[in-house]
Design a protein around this ligand. Structure first.
Ligand SMILES: [Zn+2]
Length: 352
């Protein structure tokens, strides 16, 4: 058998094993939470333990239970859902959402399609739920955590999103992210600009210094600098290639005023081995369950990967506890989410 065929075979085996594992964990979930009622009871218990059953209107904790989900405030006499204002606010399929948390918290590697099938919900709903929990996990990650350039994951950017430029490959989103990052970081731009300038030859520097924001003709340069045509032409060509000057009309040249310099360090630097291992693991994780993703959501899939990779930190209990402390996360926030250029990688099990 060729190596490619055997790779494909082992990937298929892995996928089948993942599927069987998902089914087994889903079975355990169904036994424990056969209906929506058991899920809401479980939530109610954990909210009560944390002292989170308070009136949504006046914050009073003097409340009485009316039915499964609603309470009445003894102070202002209004009725409210105990999940109001929480992560579970306005969630129609509480059981499916709990199921997603169950699978993620048990480190199960699953596809949104398979989860949708098991939970009896639409695939788009299933994807939205996983992203919602992932966004929550991302938001609980410490700002001081290590980051990695998202270009290390470019291999899996094969799906389009709202950020993909028209008529371009989904991977073009990476270029847009880099340009935006640089455009918003003057110090990076200045450093890149200075690096370009320091790499110039003495003739190129002379020509560059002589040009300004008002166009100058090549002939005039020749006279003013007292240099040969071929020398000036060569210098002008390399300055133009470097993006330091621009041709306006005919043989007129200017220094562009608002030029974004994209430092060459993005995407083609040498990656330290431990970072390379990390990005390879995430790439393999994504490929095994869904082939590829849109760059826009990379950070969310890294959060999903953390549930799988850091078993000690992201169990069912810790995800639920983060959910209880979180405000609602609406679909519009997920849609508006864009992976930053440098992604947070999270902490992995140190013992692993
Ligand atoms: Zn009240």
């Amino acid at each position: 058998m060729s190596r490619m065929a055997s790779d494909a075979g082992s990937k298929k085996q892995e996928r089948l094993a993942d599927r069987a594992n998902t089914i087994s964990f889903w079975g355990a979930f169904e036994t424990r939470f056969p209906t929506e009622v058991e899920c809401i009871q479980e939530l109610l218990m954990s909210f009560a333990e944390d002292g989170l059953i308070v009136c949504h209107f006046c914050n009073s904790s003097k409340t009485q239970k009316v039915d499964l989900r609603s309470f009445k405030c003894n102070d202002c006499k209004k009725y409210f859902f105990f999940t109001a204002g929480s992560f579970f606010d306005h969630v129609r399929h509480i059981r499916a959402l709990m199921g997603a948390i169950w699978l993620l918290g048990n480190g199960v590697r699953f596809s949104a399609c398979h989860f949708a099938e098991l939970a009896g919900i639409a695939k788009s709903t299933a994807t939205g739920m996983v992203k919602k929990v992932a966004l929550l996990i991302y938001r609980t990650m410490n700002d001081a955590e290590d980051t990695l350039n998202s270009s290390e994951f470019a291999k899996i950017f094969i799906r389009r999103s709202l950020c993909t430029p028209a008529l371009e490959h989904p991977r073009a989103e990476q270029r847009c992210a880099e340009e935006e990052y640089v455009a918003n970081s003057p110090e990076v731009q200045i450093a890149a600009h200075n690096e370009l300038l320091s790499g110039l030859s003495s003739i190129e520097t002379t020509v560059y210094n002589h040009l300004s924001s008002s166009p100058q003709h090549l002939d005039a340069l020749e006279v003013q600098l007292n240099m040969e045509t071929r020398v000036i032409s060569a210098a002008v060509s390399s300055l133009e290639l470097a993006g330091l000057i621009e041709r306006t009309s005919g043989d007129n040249y200017v220094r562009p005023q608002h030029k974004i310099f994209v430092p060459a360090l993005f995407g083609n630097r040498d990656c330290p081995p431990e970072e390379e291992i990390y990005s390879h693991s995430v790439v393999a994780f994504v490929q095994s369950s869904m082939h590829g993703i849109a760059r826009k959501y990379l950070q969310l899939y890294i959060a999903v990967y953390l549930c799988f990779a850091n078993r000690r930190k992201w169990g069912v209990g810790s995800i639920l506890s983060a959910c209880r402390r979180s405000k609602p996360i609406y679909l519009s926030e997920i849609e508006a989410f864009v992976t930053p250029l440098f992604v947070k990688v999270g902490r992995l099990d140190s013992a692993a």
